[in-house]
Ligand binder design. Structure first.
Ligand SMILES: C[S@@+](CC[C@H](N)C(=O)[O-])C[C@H]1O[C@@H](n2cnc3c(N)ncnc32)[C@H](O)[C@@H]1O
Length: 167
């Protein structure tokens, strides 16, 4: 259930292409992707440039020694919470609209809010891990109506001309 090594390479490339300085990540777990993000964004001297949210503090604690060893802990603002209330809180301040360059998340439930929080030429990456890779599967191999609907949602979203760029 961690981000895969090949996806991490893709994320590194996208973070660089997006020139990402301020990012948001929902679902920290092993901190694999969080560490990658912290290593990829420039150190501009500001603290907490990465907003990292997870309902489980222990996952963050487990990975913290690795983050500290890499010397990037100051870049991370970890928030232990369900994601939606945090996104709503951020949106209470109009200054936060379009404030993120990059978002890495694993549920379409955050989509509406992220469209307001990520800047117009930013990048939003949806992790496919929890969906067992169904987006890339032929439709007949995807079992269950819910998965089929989500697959269709992703296909329509990524083929539309919406901005920020959805990957
Ligand atoms: C697939 S894992 C994330 C993998 C991570 N990106 C990595 O590279 O290891 C999903 C994470 O989402 C968290 N999570 C689940 N529901 C959540 C919610 N409503 N709000 C915030 N985090 C949530 C879980 O605790 C879990 O750590």
């Amino acid at each position: 259930m961690a981000t895969t090594p090949d996806l991490v390479q893709l994320l590194a490339m996208l973070l660089t292409l997006a020139n990402a300085k301020k990012t948001i990540e929902i679902g920290v777990f092993t901190v694999y992707s969080l560490l990658l993000t912290a290593l990829s964004i420039p150190d501009d001297g500001k603290v907490g440039r990465i907003t990292a949210i997870d309902i489980d503090q222990h996952t963050h604690e487990m990975g913290l020694p690795v983050i500290e060893k890499a010397g990037v802990e100051h870049k991370i603002n970890f928030i232990e919470s369900k994601a939606l209330p945090v996104l709503d809180k951020l949106l209470e301040d109009p200054e936060n609209e379009g404030c993120f360059d990059f978002a890495y998340v694993n549920s379409k439930n955050y989509h509406e809010r992220l469209m307001k929080l990520v800047k117009i030429d930013g990048v939003v990456v949806y992790d496919n891990v929890l969906r067992r890779g169904f987006v890339a599967m032929p439709e007949e191999l995807v079992s269950g109506e819910e998965w089929k609907q989500e697959r269709q949602w992703v296909i329509e979203l990524t083929s539309s001309s919406n901005r920020p760029q959805i990957l």
